[in-house]
Design a protein around this ligand. Structure first.
Ligand code: GAL
Length: 841
């Protein structure tokens, strides 16, 4: 490493010398050294450049060595040969920020990426080049894939970003999990996989290539693992290292779905098991999930939030205790690096579900991982004549084969209490919301000149080519006066079948209702009584796509749109409108005129009002708003809106839809971390809107005069829209006396050894705030969780005093669980724990 000053930044930053990256069966070898690497996925277009340095720094502070990102083809190649690398898509800038942080980077070029990103990252235009089939030996697909891959590699080379040139990129990935799909493409699939590997290798990057979940990866590339657990993975060749490209520390959400959480104890367990069983590179997918701005979310139905329950939340704040627990884990693993990578390995069975993996190097240094994979029972084991207590489903890490510095099930990191503090969109001096709205109502049905008329239906995606979520189709029917339902005052019933993803129905310009698919299943039926009058009736549908498919065999051909429309309840029975002449129009007028952008704002006649209409479909709302005070991240509460799109100052916030998940689904109060995780295991939010808050990056705001534009499809109440500031208002910790600690905080401070080994409770409030009050403190056997701790029957009455003395009015404090501090444990003989909840302000 050497320090170089950057003329634009005027600071010194470390720049690696040209680095040689190779590998052997044990690990990557960087500049001749075997490396044990913790990697973190942060996708550059899922945040904004202003957030990148902070996110990378938070990863670094969390004990991460490598940042991993996909490359987002459809964000870069907007039409064939027309490239874009501005704003959120400034890949070079992102890679340089990682470099300036002194970290490595894994570049997963794909360029097919899945990633819950629209169309799996492949540009939609490529599908419409005749004869193209994605991800097989299709000449046009391969041509464009190679051209884009080469473009990216050359760009990185020009900027000297590969490790071989002194840059941060240590690995590059081609394709993505093709091993699952190859079989569906027959011989063509096999040929394509091998072609992809050799095309990549021929790029001469000077760094190794990986292919994830590619079971027959050729010798020239490293096959890697993606899963919730990869301890049992073995590379397909004995001279390749064991690399885990996707460890999912949470999961993504779909509009109308639940909110998945993966407990930190289980994430840590999976990581520790991986390194215990010989792994050497582990990447969290995602470490910061971020936001699917605009229409970048894949589908159908992936939410705008891509928070992922990741160690860093959507807004860029560390998620505690997950982030903190993993930081401790990384520190413990790093203490084992040399012995683990260079030592002799022995595996010792210590009983059913119990094993130790011991690594001893030539200098005699020894590191051990002891695990209990029983998912119910805690166990005590003897290892080298010492007895160790292992909670169920946990790994203890002993960097010296003697002292446990970390156990995956014992969380000593603090938790944060995070609040979304509401702010009116604009405040008058008196604090009253006096916001003036400009309103523009679209007509239901065809606006302007129709695009075409056709008997029957078209595929929506083939028609819009995904230039918009919207496709209008309209027809009319004539109702004779003799229809019985007119006389009886009853209503015929509209019956719809659709391939997906959703639609809004309108009869004679009136909004009738919305039909939509569920989960990731897009086909749906829609049944609704309709009011028809004698004479001509206009029936219109606004067909919707909600993000294109992101993976699956031949996913590029999956369509959307109506397949059948009938109306039941006429004198003659049911009429089938499916083969009627339908008039089509792509998109909605406001979108076409770009009335959300500076240059398009005045292309319609807005009506100004302090009382914007509510519950009105197809309505654009525009308001001039102030930035919320302070510097906390900002969200926007859209709970009282229906469904639509939002922009601030022309920047695309994304799709909003406070669609609720079913109450019938299973959710948990408290999640049992023990046992194999799956995305349905620890869900919350049953019966609640999947996403009510929408992230607006701070950097998009000016202090005042910001233009907020909303397109509401079915009806909402814009007066209820609020900005929210994401604030850490408090911290909690819950630590037992016998929790291991890496001892780093206590170095040099303590006099006796017992104190040195004492468990520590570390509390930190956000910068510029202090611990201003204690809400709860009890040493003994308190129960409950952060926000709801309760005293048990053992309680040291001095608990609050001790904690106050250590922490009050401080930004950061440490409390030692020593006998000296907590003398009055009323349950002698049992080990106690300290639970604290404190206010930060
Ligand atoms: C993997 C895929 C990723 C992402 C992940 C789920 O199969 O490689 O791109 O889609 O699943 O979040």
């Amino acid at each position: 490493m050497r320090l170089v000053s950057n003329p634009t930044l005027g600071v010194l930053f470390p720049v690696a010398q040209p680095g040689n990256v190779t590998y052997d069966r044990r690990s990557l070898i960087i500049d001749g050294q075997r490396k044990l690497l913790i990697s973190a996925a942060i996708h550059y277009p899922r945040s904004v450049p202003a957030m990148w340095p902070g996110l990378v720094q938070t990863a670094k502070e969390g004990g991460v060595d490598v940042i991993e990102t996909y490359v987002f083809w459809n964000g870069h190649e907007l039409s064939p040969g027309n490239y874009y690398f501005g704003g959120r898509f400034d890949l070079v800038k992102f890679v340089k920020i990682v470099q300036q942080a002194g970290m490595h980077l894994i570049l997963r070029i794909g360029p097919f990426i899945a990633a819950e990103w629209n169309y799996g990252g492949v540009p939609v235009w490529l599908h419409y080049i005749p004869g193209t089939v994605f991800r097989t030996n299709s000449t046009t697909f391969m041509y464009h894939m190679q051209r884009f891959t080469t473009y990216i590699v050359n760009l990185m080379k020009q900027e000297k970003l590969f490790a071989s040139q002194g840059g941060p990129i240590i690995l590059a990935q081609i394709e993505n999990e093709y091993g699952y799909y190859e079989q569906f493409y027959g011989e063509g699939g096999k040929q394509y996989a091998m072609w992809a590997a050799s095309m990549a290798v021929s790029q001469n990057t000077g760094v190794p290539w990986i292919m994830c979940q590619q079971f027959d990866a050729p010798d020239s590339v490293i096959g890697t693992c993606n899963s919730f657990y990869c301890d049992q993975f073995t590379p397909n060749s004995p001279n390749k290292p064991k690399i885990w490209t996707e460890n999912w520390p949470g999961w993504f959400k779909t509009f109308g779905g639940r909110d998945p959480h993966r407990p930190p104890e289980d994430v840590a367990f999976a990581v520790a098991r991986f390194f215990q069983k010989g792994g050497s590179v582990q990447n969290y997918y995602m470490y910061h999930g971020g936001t699917n701005f605009g229409r970048t979310a894949g589908g159908p139905f992936i939410t705008t939030s891509y928070d992922y329950d990741a160690p860093v939340d959507e807004y860029g704040l560390p998620r505690l205790p997950k982030w903190g627990h993993l930081k401790e884990l990384h520190r413990a693993i790093k203490l084992c690096e040399h012995a683990v990578l260079n030592g002799e390995h022995v595996n010792i069975s210590l009983g059913p579900s119990l094993e130790a993996d011991v690594y001893t190097d030539s200098s005699g240094a020894c590191a051990a991982f002891i695990s209990n994979i029983d998912d119910k029972n805690d166990k005590t084991v003897e290892f080298r004549n010492v007895s160790y207590h292992l909670p169920a489903w946990s790994v203890s890490i002993l960097p010296d084969c003697k002292n446990v510095v970390f156990n995956t099930a014992k969380v000593s990191s603090q938790s944060n209490i995070v609040e979304m503090v509401p702010e009116n969109l604009q405040q008058s001096d008196k604090g009253v919301n006096t916001l003036k709205w400009d309103v523009f109502k679209e007509t239901a049905g065809i606006w302007g000149k129709a695009d075409f008329v056709k008997n029957g239906f078209v595929d929506q995606i083939n028609t819009t080519k995904d230039t918009t979520d919207y496709l209008w189709l309209t027809t009319s029917i004539f109702i004779g006066e003799d229809e019985e339902f007119l006389k009886k005052g009853s209503k015929p019933v509209l019956l719809i079948e659709s391939k997906g993803h959703a639609l809004h129905a309108f009869v004679n310009q009136e909004y009738l209702g919305t039909g939509t698919g569920n989960g990731t299943h897009s086909p749906f039926t829609f049944k609704n009584p309709i009011s028809l009058r004698a004479g001509r009736n206009e029936i219109s549908f606004l067909g919707l796509t909600v993000g294109l498919q992101t993976a699956g065999p031949y996913y590029d051909f999956i369509g959307a749109g109506l397949t059948s429309i009938k109306i039941k309840g006429f004198n003659n029975g049911t009429i089938d409108l499916s083969s009627y002449a339908w008039t089509y129009k792509i998109g909605v007028l406001g979108e076409h005129l770009r009335i959300y952008q500076e240059d398009g704002l005045n292309s319609v006649n807005w009506t100004s009002t302090y009382e914007p209409p509510k519950g009105q479909s197809l309505t654009w709302y525009k308001a001039i708003v102030d930035a919320p005070p302070g510097d906390e991240p900002v969200g926007m509460d859209m709970l009282q809106m229906g469904k639509g799109l939002a922009w601030l100052n022309g920047e695309e916030i994304g799709r909003y839809w406070p669609r609720k998940s079913s109450k019938k689904l299973e959710c948990v109060q408290e999640c049992d971390y023990r046992g194999k995780f799956n995305p349905d295991k620890c869900d919350t939010g049953c019966g609640e809107p999947t996403q009510k808050w929408y992230h607006i990056p701070r950097s998009w705001f000016k202090p005042s005069g910001n233009i907020l534009v909303i397109f509401e499809e079915k009806g909402g109440d814009p007066k209820k829209i609020r900005f929210l500031r994401r604030k850490v208002s408090g911290v909690c910790a819950n630590v037992a006396e016998d929790y291991p600690s890496t001892g780093i905080e206590s170095q040099g401070e303590d006099r006796n050894e017992k104190d040195n080994n004492a468990s520590l409770v570390h509390l930190t409030c956000p910068k510029n705030t202090v611990i201003s009050a204690l809400k709860f403190a009890s040493f003994g056997n308190p129960s409950g969780s952060c926000g709801s701790y309760r005293q048990g029957n053992c309680h040291d009455p001095n608990s609050s005093l001790v904690v106050e003395k250590a922490c009050l009015n401080k930004n950061d404090c440490v409390i030692k669980l020593t006998e000296e501090n907590f003398k009055n444990n009323l349950c002698p003989g049992k080990s106690g724990k300290l639970a604290v909840e404190a206010v930060c302000s």
